[in-house]
Design a binder for this molecule. Sequence first.
Ligand code: VG1
Ligand code: CO
Length: 557
Amino acid sequence: MNVLIETTTPYSDQKPGTSGLRKNTQVYMTQKYYTENFIQSILMCIDGLEGCTLVVGGDGRYMVKDVIQQSIKIAAANGVSKLIIGQNGILSTPAVSGLIRKYSATGGIILTASHNPGGPNGDFGIKYNIANGGPAPSSFTDKIYQVSKSLQSFRICPEISVDINTIGSHSFTVGNNTFIVDVICGVTDYVDLMKEIFDFQSIKSYISSQSLKLRFDSLHGVMGPYAKKIICEELGADSSSVVHAIPLEDFGGGHPDPNLTYAKDLVDQMKEGKLDLGVAFDGDGDRNMIIGKNGFFVSPCDSLAVIAANHSAIPYFRKNKVVGFARSMPTSAAVDHVAKDLGMDMFETPTGWKFFGNLMDAGKMSLCGEESFGTGSDHIREKDGMWAALAWLSILAHQNLSAEEVIMRHWRKYGRNCFTRYDYEQVESEAAGKVMQLLEAAIEDQSLIGSTQIAVGKSYIVQLMDNFRYVDPVDGSVAEKQGVRIKFSDGSRLVFRLSGTGSSGATIRMYIDSYLSSTDPSLCDPAADILCPLVEIGLKISNIPALSGRTEPTVIT
Ligand code: VG1
Ligand code: CO
C-alpha cells in the first residue's frame, strides 16, 4: 500500500474543548482536509505512535463511518500497527475506554459530539483518549492544538478500505510493516465487563420477582444495542423495556441529551405511573438520567451520593476497596456528606471527566460524578451511563425500595443538597463574555462580599466570591478560571461558567445549590420552590437576562 504525503493548510480553530473538538458538521464537511488535519495532529502527539494499537469508534452519528475510513488510511500511513474498530463503526464512549484498557492500547479516537444533535446540520466531534482509557488531559489537547496550527501535510494510504460492517480481521502491508484492522463486536467486551462488576443474576431475579417495568431510552444514540443486550437478553426484561434503540445518524432529529427537556418523552411516560424505573442515555452513552415511578426525578448530584452511600450493594466495590470520592466543582456537595460519614477522601475537580483520571490512576479515588448526568467509577476512565443504571438496579434490589424511597431515605439521613442548573444555549459569544466579565469584575473588587441579597422574601449574605482554580494533587498541573463561585453564609452557592462543548455561540450555565438539614420541614419540596430566591439573586448579580436578551433559560435541570 502506497503512502502519500498530502499537502494541506493548517486551521487556526482546532482547539479541543471540555471533551474533544466539536463543530458543526458542515465545518468538517465543507472545509478541505479539516478532519484529516485534526487526525494527523492527534497522531503526531502520540508517544510511541510507530507500532502502536488504537481503538476507533463513534456514536453512529452522521459522518462517523466516513471518518473511520479516513482514520484507517491516515493511521496506516503513520505507522500505527493495529486498529480495533467497533462493527458498523459503533462504540459507546465507555466501551472505548474499556477496550483501550482491556487490550492495552496506546489510546483511542472517539467520533462523537456526545449530547449535541447530529446530522448534516447538527454537530460532529473527534476526541482522543489516552492509554488509561480516559480523555486526554489538557496538556495533551493543548499540544494537538499547537500542532494543528502549523500542520503543512498529512500522511495517507488512499488504497486501504475496510468493510467495517462485518466482524473480521484485515491485514495490509504498508512499507515494511504489517497493518491490521480488527473489526469487533462493540457490545461483547462491554457486557463482559459489566458482568464482572455487577451481580446480573440477582438483578435479574429482582426484576422478575417484582415484575419491574423498565424503560431504557437510548434517544437513538449509541446505547440501543447495549441496552437490548443487557436489559432484555441478559436481565430478562421484555422488549418494550428498550426504546429508541436503533442508532440513527441524526438521532431521529432529536437532541440526544438525557435531561428533563430533551428526554421529556420518557419523563411523561414515567409520570403515567405504570413504569417503575426510567433511564435515558446521551448520544455516546456516557450520560444517564434516572427517573423513578410517577416521574420522580433523581438529581445526578443525589445519584452520585446514593451510589457512594450504597456502594457495598455492588460486588465490584466489595472486591476492590473504595478509596475516595470525587465530583466536579459545580456538582452539589451531596456526596461530600457521604464521604465524611464513611471517612473517605473527597476531591473537587473542574468540569470535565479528564480531571478524574489522575486521581484514579494514583489509587486515590474510586467513584465520581458530575451534575451533568455523568456518573462512573475506576472500572474505566469515562463516565458510564449503563454502569450507573446497573448501579441503581443493584441498589433497588438490595434495599427492595423504589428510587423515590431510596432518595427520601438518603435525605433523611444526610440532609438534602437541593440543586438546579439553568442553561442559556447559543447566546451570542459577546453577550456571554460580558456576563463573565461582569462577574470577574465583582471578584476583582470584592464589592459583593458581605452584602445582603434579598429575593422572594428570603435573604442571603455573600461570604465569598472567586474563580475556581484547581491544582491536580497527583501531577501538580494547574487549571485556572474554572467557574465563578459565589458562596453565601448559609452554605448556599451560585456558580457561573461558559460551556466548553458547544459548537456555535456560547452557552452560559448557572448552577444553584442549597443545603437543607434532614429535619428541615421543606426537605421534600420541589427544588424549583426551594431555590427560587437564589435563582433570582443569581440572575440579578449576573445580569444574564439583560445582557443575553433571554428572559428564560433553554434548559432547566
Ligand atoms: C459539559 C458538562 C460536563 C461534561 C461535558 C462532556 O461540559 O457540563 O460536566 O463533562 O459536557 O460531557 P460543558 O463544558 O459544556 O459544561 V459529554 O457526555 O457531552 O462528553
Ligand atoms: Co456524552
